[in-house]
Design a protein around this ligand. Structure first.
Ligand code: PAZ
Length: 325
């Protein structure tokens, strides 16, 4: 078999797997209303501009981890550690740089502008006065003021659209919808894929409907591989968009090599390499031009210089992409 027919076969097989994933996934709830919101958001923001000369850029930031349900009437699922801190913090910095942000986040994870609030803000930030009126506790007043102010500003300007997901099925269907909706923006769209996406899943049609019974003895379960949708994003869904993916490893010895492989394999514009234990302190931006290590400065978020660097690279990408393609 020639190498060209071999690669055609593997591409064909890959597309079949992608088709199978979407065809057999449970239908996304609220598909119509999400699609309407998305369309309105993109219309509003792709025509807006700061100086009337250029299109506003839109970034889709993905955040948090996807779950893999083990039963259709889900009682148990496979999860991962991601807190959504990276995505929430990065969203704040993209907004600061004038981007409109589609924040595709895992329900219950960190939200933009809420990072400095305590875990249970409702109970910890508020208190009752002697007349049983609610007031903000003095020690949290500044954090609450900033959170409310920034949140309302983003809301009023219509520059932040939040879309939640829980399962791998919801996440990939939403990502596909967003990417196809952003396609017309060409190079002005960016994908910043910080979500931790499950590598393995139980296809819906082979999944037990009801709670798996423990009386049946030890559980043997075969997980299918989730098709690598980064390829679909680059080739089909939004081929001109600027695409950044993340690579997380726990073994520093293989991290940079894996990031470089992902860069080439999925034709990314940059891959951000990070290690589990040091992810808030240090990341390496791997691009076709080389590697840049970014370290957190005292009192700052690592996402501040990271987003700044990516915004610069995105500008170069926009300038270098013919607009009429
Ligand atoms: O969500 P978080 O702030 O706790 O962690 C961020 C992260 C490590 C999930 C992200 O930087 C990342 O590497 N995402 C991709 C993970 C992966 O390789 O699938």
């Amino acid at each position: 078999m020639s190498s060209s027919s071999r690669s055609y076969d593997s591409e064909d097989l890959f597309r079949k797997e992608v088709g199978f994933f979407f065809d057999t996934a449970p239908t996304l709830k609220d598909h119509a209303s999400i699609s309407k919101k998305l369309k309105r958001f993109i219309e509003l923001n792709s025509h807006a501009s700061e100086n009337g000369a250029s299109m506003r850029k839109i970034v889709c930031v993905t955040s948090g981890g996807t779950t893999v349900p083990l039963e259709q009437r889900c009682v148990r699922y496979i999860d991962n550690f991601s807190s959504g801190h990276r995505g929430a913090a990065s969203t704040e910095y993209f907004l600061k740089h004038g981007y409109a942000v589609i924040f595709l986040y895992r329900r219950g994870t960190f939200q933009p502008y809420c990072r400095s609030l305590p875990d249970d803000p409702l109970l910890e930030c508020f208190e009752l006065d002697s007349d049983s009126n609610i007031r903000v506790q003095q020690s949290h007043a500044e954090a609450v003021r900033k959170t409310v102010m920034n949140h309302h500003a983003a809301h009023e300007l219509g520059i932040l659209l939040k879309l939640p997901f829980t399962t791998i099925f919801e996440y990939l269907q939403l990502l596909q919808m967003i990417a196809i909706a952003l396609r017309d923006l060409g190079p002005h769209a960016m994908f910043y894929l910080a979500a931790a996406v499950s590598d393995f899943y139980v296809p819906w049609e082979t999944m037990e409907e009801h709670k798996i019974q423990s009386a049946a003895g030890p559980l043997d379960m075969r997980l299918a591989q989730v098709p690598k949708m980064l390829s679909m994003l680059r080739k089909d869904w939004a081929p001109q968009a600027f695409c950044i993916s993340f690579k997380l490893e726990t073994n520093s010895e293989i991290l940079l090599e894996k990031a470089s492989l992902a860069l080439k394999k999925y034709n990314m514009h940059a891959v951000i390499a990070n290690e589990l234990a040091t992810r808030k302190e240090e990341v390496t931006v791997v691009t076709p031009d080389g590697k840049t290590c970014i370290r957190r400065e005292v009192g700052d978020d690592i996402e501040n210089p990271l987003v700044e660097l990516l915004v610069e690279k995105h500008m170069t990408h926009v300038a270098g992409t013919p607009q009429n393609q």
